[in-house]
Design a protein around this ligand. Structure first.
Ligand code: ADP
Ligand code: MG
Ligand code: ZN
Length: 615
């Protein structure tokens, strides 16, 4: 049962309970004992004259009659006339009337008022109570029955812990850009006087986990202006028109609090290119997006509301969002470089007791391509590993293990493998390691292991010496040869290869194809790209690539891909054939120790005769 149906059931329960309560109260207050007869004045007069009446209570125009035989009756007197007068008119002599106990009850009597108020007020109170319950729920929880058009806008105060720029490592450009925005909000005059327009929107773009949401929260913590937060997915409901209404509401709230910042997280949930989605031209998402565009255009020139949005799919965003006057500022959040990674690790090490010999730099070296979120996760995994061994501090080895755990999955030490399998894996990994260590300019080895992790039987960790943004052809060729190293080592040692090399081969083929068709690194094919890839809008994935070249070109591409692979294979063969002894030494050590760290590995291979080979 979801929350909504639960709420409905709860409210129905309360409504029914209230009704039952009302009925009970009525029956207690107004049920007169025994059967009451309703008499006409004539009948009453007859009864008085025959001496049957003991007492008459007058309540306004109502007469409550107690008969001498214990029965009760009711009657009504004429309005605007007193009872004795009425009775007189009907021929009751005063002497007879004297024998009847007459009691006139004050109309302001408690019972009277209750009899008037309860029937009118109680249902109102009951209905009011039910409404109050409903509204309370609507306010508190996810938007419910009565607040469809309201956005679930959160003011910054509702974030649990305050985040400042100090909690965000790296991302210098992004921080600077946002700092400027905050300055706009605080000193708008300065900018307006010189004729500058205050930017309306800032779009934070970056891979998942690069700290977009974190940065926005930091702005909230730093800016000192009201900061409203909503995730774009909260705009969209299954009811058409709700998204637009919520958008309107969100912008209105932000405008009312100006100067303020409105942060829309994951804007790609509504902002993807129009006309490309499912279900025709006017789906809910489109209407919501249109409303956002309208609202952003609707800001006055000096309206001090700045919209900050975040997305990890800028490529699928509608172009209309990106034009000047809307999200005219675009800030890219890159994956952290080595210095930033170290800084992020430091931030997340706060509150975790690290061994004093820990070198976070070494961890940063091993984590190219990790996002901030990955690094935070890594730090946490390291703490868990330390706790599992009941240690009080986190050691370097915990961090290294955590890197591999995040990269490849948990260690599977207990997986049963035969001795033969272990031997094959050892030679395979030794092959990778030896090839990369032998090639001039190739990446150095950081670790070799034959402990299986996740889906990998073993792994060789090689990393570039410096952070690189560009890669040259010779580096790629070195990578290809290294990838072929495992396969070649198996073949050279055992005379045949195992399935363990299949993912290497797949990757090598993919890389070689990219060299030819994307990077223009094949001499024969020349500086040209081949093929166009297509993305499916609603999957956000590349699912088809269009062939925009002839069959003849296709076969030439295949030939070039093969040439790259062949060359790499030959290079690996040359290295491993000439260093068979060394390969064996590494493999044997691996079988014994299972894991070789960088220093251990180089201590094994480095002697005077070891020379780098150019390929
Ligand atoms: P996204 O870009 O997907 O919105 P988040 O901002 O949610 O990523 O980041 C997830 C987590 O990763 C943050 O809560 C934080 O712990 C960590 N993180 C990401 N980037 C950084 C950074 N630059 N400095 C410190 N921590 C970061
Ligand atoms: Mg986020
Ligand atoms: Zn391999």
């Amino acid at each position: 049962m979801n929350k909504m149906t639960k709420t409905i059931y709860k409210n129905i329960f309360w409504a029914v309970a209230t009704m039952i309560a009302i009925t009970l109260i009525f029956s207690v207050l107004f049920e007169t004992a025994g059967t009451t007869e309703n008499l006409s004045i004539n009948q009453l007069v007859t009864k008085i004259n025959s001496g049957e009446v003991a007492k008459i209570t007058v309540q306004g125009n109502d007469l409550l009659i107690d008969l001498k035989d214990g029965k009760k009756a009711t009657a009504k007197k004429e309005t605007d006339a007193s009872l004795s007068q009425t009775l007189n008119n009907y021929g009751v002599t005063p002497s007879v009337l004297d024998q009847v106990n007459l009691e006139v009850q004050d109309e302001s009597g408690f019972k009277f008022w209750m009899s008037v108020l309860i029937p009118t007020l109680l249902p109102l109170i009951a209905v009011g109570f039910v409404f109050w319950l409903l509204f309370r729920q609507a306010k508190g929880g996810v938007n419910q029955a009565f607040s469809f058009g309201k956005s679930n806008l959160k003011l910054f105060g509702s974030f649990k812990d305050r985040v400042t720029f100090n909690n965000v490592a790296g991302l210098k450009e992004a921080k600077q850009e946002l700092m400027e925005i905050v300055d706009f909000l605080k000193n708008p005059k300065k900018y307006l006087e010189i004729g500058a327009k205050i930017p309306r929107g800032v779009l934070l773009m970056g891979a998942p986990g690069t700290g977009k949401t974190l940065l926005a929260r930091a702005v909230a913590g730093e800016s000192g202006v009201p900061f409203f937060y909503i995730s774009a997915s909260e705009f969209v409901e299954m009811f058409v028109g709700v998204g637009a209404a919520r958008t309107r509401d969100a912008f209105q709230t932000a405008k009312a609090a100006a100067p303020s910042i409105l942060f829309i997280d994951e804007i790609d949930a509504v902002g993807r290119e129009r006309g490309a989605g499912l279900g025709g031209g006017h789906d809910e998402r489109e209407q919501t997006l249109n409303q956002i565009l309208v609202e952003m255009d609707g800001f006055e020139r000096d309206a001090k509301v700045i919209v900050v949005a975040a997305t990890n799919r800028p490529d699928i965003l509608d172009k209309a969002l990106l034009r000047p006057g809307r999200f005219d500022r675009q800030v890219v959040l890159d994956l952290p470089d080595i210095n930033d990674r170290e800084a992020i690790l430091k931030i997340h090490a706060i509150g975790k007791p690290l061994d004093k010999n820990i070198d976070l730099r070494k961890v940063a070296v091993r984590t190219p391509g990790f996002s901030g979120a990955d690094l935070a996760n890594l730090m946490n995994e390291a703490a868990i590993l330390a706790a599992r061994e009941n240690r009080r501090t986190i050691l370097q080895i915990d961090l290294f293990n955590a890197v591999e755990k995040v990269l490849l999955g948990p260690e599977r030490k207990n997986r049963a493998i035969s001795l033969k399998e272990k031997e094959i894996t050892a030679y395979h990994e030794a092959g990778h390691a030896l090839v990369t260590a032998s090639i001039k300019g190739a990446d150095p080895v950081h670790k070799v292991s034959i402990i299986s992790r996740g889906r990998a039987g073993g792994y060789t960790m090689k990393l570039p010496t410096e952070e690189m943004h560009l890669k040259t052809r010779s580096q790629f060729v070195g990578d290809l040869a290294t990838l072929m190293g495992g396969y070649t080592a198996e073949q050279e040692t055992f005379g045949e290869m195992s399935t363990g090399a299949s993912s290497d081969l797949k990757e090598a083929t993919k890389l070689a194809r990219a060299l030819v068709t994307q990077y223009g690194m094949s001499d024969k094919m020349g500086p040209m790209t081949f093929g166009e890839s297509h993305e499916m809008i609603f999957l956000g994935k590349e699912i088809s690539s269009e062939k925009n070249y002839s069959e003849q070109i296709a076969s030439e591409i295949d030939k070039e891909v093969k040439a790259f692979i062949d060359r790499a294979y030959k290079a690996a063969q040359k290295i491993l054939k000439s260093r068979k002894k060394l390969l064996e030494k590494i493999a044997k050590t691996l079988m014994e120790k299972e894991t070789l760290e960088q220093e251990e590995f180089y201590a094994l291979i480095k002697d005077s005769s070891f020379k780098l080979i150019e390929i």
